[in-house]
Design a protein around this ligand. Structure first.
Ligand SMILES: [Zn+2]
Ligand SMILES: [Zn+2]
Ligand SMILES: [Zn+2]
Length: 171
């Protein structure tokens, strides 16, 4: 069994460390300055298991006392995406969310339209279907990050939604 020793928060996972090395190398190769601020954005994403948007990342870093501008967060996210270190996800919020992609299997996101709950589904079956569809159309499957919008079954049955009023976006 894996040891349950919990080290300090600064202790990054192997996955995060490898991603950081890749990021540093890619920045170097492309002539970008490898700044501490940029690395903190990568770490924040790799320490998190959720799907963060740029503002959430900015706020989290601010709370940790890291001085970074919103523009730097946005720019760094673009770089991370360019280097295939994050995936972009559309949760239906009219802005982009990000998640780590290095060392993470391709997966499907099922998003509740009413309460924003996001469930990640890893499926070999889905992988095979996509592989077949790509092949049929003359492609080789690369990476994917899929979104499906649905409704929690509970809510459908009881017409209850805990968060629907919070995101009141009447058009
Ligand atoms: Zn959002
Ligand atoms: Zn729901
Ligand atoms: Zn995900």
């Amino acid at each position: 069994m894996a040891s349950s020793k919990t080290k300090g928060k600064k202790d990054l996972s192997q996955q995060a460390l490898q991603a950081e090395t890749l990021f540093k190398d890619a920045m170097k190769a492309e002539g970008y300055r490898c700044t501490r601020e940029r690395l903190t954005v990568l770490r924040e994403i790799y320490e998190s298991d959720s799907h963060l948007d740029a503002d959430e990342i900015f706020v989290r870093l601010k709370k940790k006392g890291i001085s970074i501008s919103r523009a730097t967060v946005y720019h760094t996210l673009d770089l991370l995406f360019k280097f295939h270190l994050v995936n972009k996800i559309d949760l239906g919020h009219k802005h982009t969310h990000y998640e780590k992609s290095f060392g993470v299997d391709n997966h499907l996101h099922i998003i509740c339209e009413q309460c924003d709950r996001v469930v990640e589904v890893h499926s070999d079956e889905l992988n095979e279907i996509l592989e077949r569809l790509c092949e049929k159309n003359g492609f080789m499957l690369g990476s994917f990050s899929l979104q499906v919008f649905a409704k929690c079954r509970e809510e459908t049955e009881h017409h209850h939604c805990s968060k629907s009023c919070k995101n009141d976006t009447r058009v």
